[in-house]
Design a protein around this ligand. Structure first.
Ligand code: ZN
Length: 244
């Protein structure tokens, strides 16, 4: 049996999976999102073998402890569970972790270019995003998960060479908005660089000010609500107004 708070949290987590799918993060059955168990037993991880867009109910999540042992749920487990356990072990304030393969973030992760604050989106990360430079294949062991958590450091997003993206946050709103925003920032930079036009960005002080203001939890919460409304609109038969 599952208590009401956990069940409600898993319903929110399912919505977050579908929001991410709508905003550029769907790649067949390969993405996953997790939420720290409110009772402290471990974390709830999206089930394997289906896409983020197909996640609908609490039964689509598996509860594992921090060693990857299954505690609840009978759905298949993603092999990359150590991404989630090791980041949550290293970062006690992180309650949500996502790992996905969005198109532009994957391209940008395969470069050595620093992230630039071309529009507001790059400023969320203070024009600074770390790169993980270990394996480009699965993060499917505890040591690999630890390496990725080390590369993430105190940041909320890490680009993984020739593979994808890992992002996290205190809340679904923070992790979700940052995951969507880094993909848009990568798209902006790749598009502008491909144009050959000269690029300008704000000064460091203005970027830092924008980073503080844009990542305020009230702002992130408002943006997350917007994305959820767009998902509801899409699922009720209307198209989303904007997808990246
Ligand atoms: Zn992956």
């Amino acid at each position: 049996m599952m208590d009401g708070g956990t069940e409600a949290g898993l319903r929110d987590l399912a919505v977050a999976c579908r929001v991410l799918a709508l905003y550029g993060h769907e790649d067949k059955a390969l993405g996953h999102l997790s939420w720290r168990d409110p009772a402290g037993r471990g974390l709830w991880l999206k089930r394997a073998h289906v896409g983020l867009a197909e996640i609908e109910t609490p039964a689509d999540f598996v509860l594992i402890d921090f060693k990857g042992q299954r505690l609840a749920g009978d759905a298949p487990l993603h092999k990359e569970w150590p991404i989630h356990t090791e980041i949550m072990l290293a970062r006690p304030a992180v309650n949500v972790v996502g790992h996905t393969h969005p198109f532009y973030a994957c391209l940008f992760a395969a470069t050595e270019e620093p992230l630039r604050a071309i529009a507001h989106e790059g400023c969320y990360f203070n024009a600074d995003v770390p790169r993980y430079r270990g394996t480009s294949y699965l993060i499917d062991t505890i040591p690999l998960g630890q390496d990725l958590a080390d590369a993430l450091g105190a940041h909320k997003v890490v680009l993984m060479n020739n593979h994808g993206l890992t992002f996290c946050g205190d809340s679904l709103a923070e992790a979700g908005v940052l995951g969507i925003t880094i993909e848009k920032a990568c798209k902006q930079q790749i598009t502008l660089a491909a144009s050959g036009f000269q690029m300008i960005t704000p000064g460091a002080e203005e970027i830092a000010m924008k980073a503080r203001n844009l990542t305020n939890m009230a702002v992130l919460g408002g943006f997350w609500s917007y994305y959820k409304r767009q998902l509801a609109r899409y699922e009720s038969g209307h198209g989303p107004l904007v997808v990246l």
